[in-house]
Write a protein that binds this ligand. Structure first.
Ligand code: BV8
Ligand code: ZN
Length: 245
């Protein structure tokens, strides 16, 4: 990887970071595509889609209960900590949008985090509009709603479902604000294969509004060609150097 020049993040430059499963790998959580498209031995359609949940809710809950167990057993790593330190230094010039649902960014101290794909640590009802609630339980069978009797589900965004609208709106607002203010914006994607839409299209959105785009990943991502700069290597080594924290 050689000597990495840090990003120039002096005011008024703003930094928008998009993270994916790759930033949690060095904490011990498997990435999505590491196992050749299978996810802990499951087909993604079976465990991360509304159809899969309707077909076999107990199987889906066994998958997410196992992910809660795994995520609770690990710690944030130097990549998560580097992003939290960068936020402390840049404050409202920094924003982190993550595809991850493991909560490790918040546990590392990040506050300005948008969870585009929901959270492993919340549950909602598939049958009524009761508000999602904090939940770290590991159900062995599908829990039922005590209001409507409907099947409870993890409050995550599955394939075919719209991403979190508020997270998406605030992400695009951050990019637009920089463009309108005529201020330099750096867009940095870390630990993501760039294979899941609409997160994988954010780099194009930012670039179209004038952002300087960087990819920091262990290996080439599907959308690597859309980035101005690409740095290959493990996030725990690359991020502290790039962010100079
Ligand atoms: C939507 C939450 C419409 C749940 C997730 C055909 C073509 C194009 C698009 C589509 C298509 N068919 C369907 C679609 C749309 C679909 C999609 O993009 N499918 C893909 C598979 C083709 N997208 C959707 O369905 C989205 N919704 O489009 O809705 C709509 C609109 C309005 C109204 C109604 C509907 C919803 C997508 C969200 C799905 N939910 N997760 C959960 O996590 O359980 S996706 C899930 O997979 C993750 O959240 C994440 O987004 C994705 C994993 O991607 P990555 O994070 O990038 O992880 P991955 O393993 O792929 O890569 C890891 C990378 O890290 C690797 O590159 C590796 O090299 C690197 N790495 C590894 N170790 C390290 C490292 N890097 C640095 N350091 C290391 N140590
Ligand atoms: Zn309900």
């Amino acid at each position: 990887m050689g000597e990495l020049p840090p990003l120039d993040l002096r005011a008024p430059t703003r930094l928008l970071v998009l993270t994916g499963a790759g930033v949690s790998v060095e904490s011990g959580l498997p990435a999505f595509r590491g196992a050749g498209g299978l996810w802990d031995g499951h087909r993604v359609e079976d465990v991360a889609s509304p159809e899969g949940f309707a077909r076999a809710p107990d199987l889906v809950w066994s998958f997410y209960a196992a992910r809660r167990r795994a995520a609770a057993a690990v710690e944030p790593n130097a990549a998560h900590r580097a992003l939290a330190a960068c936020e402390t230094r840049m404050r409202d010039r920094f924003l982190l949008v993550t595809q991850n649902i493991d909560g490790l960014h918040m546990r590392a101290g990040s506050g300005r985090v948008l969870e585009l794909h929901g959270s492993l640590w919340r549950t909602r009802c598939s049958g009524c509009d009761r508000p999602p609630f904090a939940d770290s339980s590991e159900p062995t069978a599908t829990p039922r709603c005590d209001r409507c009797g409907g099947a409870l589900r993890p409050d995550v965004v599955w394939f075919g479902e719209a991403v979190d609208a508020e997270a998406d709106r605030r992400t695009r607002r951050f990019v637009k604000d920089a463009a309108q203010a005529g201020e330099r914006l750096v867009f940095l994607a870390v630990g993501t294969s760039g294979s899941v839409w609409p997160a994988s299209g954010l780099v194009r959105y930012a670039a179209d509004l004038g952002a300087e785009t960087w990819l920091a990943n262990l290996d080439e991502a599907d959308n690597a060609g859309w980035f101005d700069h690409r740095v290959l290597g493990p996030a725990t080594a690359v991020l502290p150097a790039l962010l100079e924290v």
